[in-house]
Design a protein. Structure first.
Length: 284
């Protein structure tokens, strides 16, 4: 009997030790299901949002559909469908680590702290944090927010920086952009801070855009990347290949002009410095 028990325990230990070796990789999962699942935003124009026709659209959606998705399909050797799930700053890393999504494609800043939990793709956008205020507000930048009620998104780098740089500001965190903007519109806060481009997007979509201003010089550096599970280097290589193809074919700049060009709803000209920084990644 003892020999039998010892044998069973040995088998159980061997099986337990071998289990992780047979864990399915992201690319294997996509090859099996034929689906790439991304976490993205529903209210962050022009990056990712639900439009008036109830369609999920935006710059990052286009980057995935026209760059990442074809690269993934080529890698797994079959057609791949795109599935989208809503993600917010507090939920995006848990969605990744729980395998609920394969990729976060929204407005996530690549930071050293976040790199401890996830991998990041090539940078696909560069911006910096500013403030949205109602027309006529005395707030002109970060130097004016001491003692003021400042809205920010939960889990954002902006909230962290405000705590560190202006601890006397009354920081109020909201789950998403629409909630933070609503707080500003209703006078519950004096200003809403986020990355400049996102604030310009909200202003453009506001019922009365002329009622709001985006103010202040950048008080942070915000490089956006697509996030993947920690250590998922094979999948990262494919995602980077998709983005690299967009840059090298110039398709990236066509999509940028579509969403941020002079004829777009949210004009946000790309400086030569930003363009040079984005293209310098391709040489590494």
């Amino acid at each position: 009997m003892r020999r039998g028990l010892t044998w069973l325990l040995t088998l159980a230990l061997v099986a337990g030790a071998a289990g992780p070796a047979f864990a399915e990789t992201t690319l294997e999962k996509i090859a099996r299901t034929g689906v790439l699942t991304i976490g993205t935003r529903t209210g962050s124009p022009p990056f990712a949002y639900i439009d008036k026709s109830n369609q999920w659209v935006g710059f990052t959606i286009d980057l995935v559909e026209q760059g990442v998705l074809p690269a993934v399909a080529k890698k797994v050797g079959k057609s791949v469908k795109l599935e989208k799930k809503e993600s917010t700053p507090p939920t995006r890393i848990p969605l990744l680590t729980s395998n609920a999504v394969d990729l976060i494609a929204g407005t996530m800043t690549d930071t050293p702290q976040r790199r401890e939990s996830v991998e990041f793709s090539l940078t696909f956008f560069l911006t910096g944090a500013q403030f949205m205020v109602k027309k006529g507000s005395p707030i002109k930048g970060i130097e004016d927010i001491a003692g003021k009620r400042v809205a920010a998104q939960q889990g954002s780098t902006n909230a962290k920086i405000i705590r560190e740089k202006v601890p006397s500001a009354v920081l109020r965190e909201f789950p998403d952009q629409p909630a933070a903007f609503q707080a500003l519109a209703q006078g519950q806060v004096d200003t809403y801070t986020n990355d400049g481009i996102q604030l310009y997007g909200l202003k453009a979509k506001a019922p009365d855009p002329s009622a709001y201003d985006v103010v202040g010089t950048f008080y942070s550096h915000e490089p956006y990347g697509m996030a993947l599970r920690k250590g998922d280097f094979a999948f990262k290589e494919v995602v980077d290949t998709g983005l690299r193809n967009l840059f090298e074919s110039k398709k990236y700049f066509e999509l940028y002009d579509k969403w941020f060009g002079p004829k777009s709803e949210v004009p946000y000209p790309m400086t030569d410095e930003v363009k040079g920084s984005l293209l310098s990644q391709l040489k590494k």
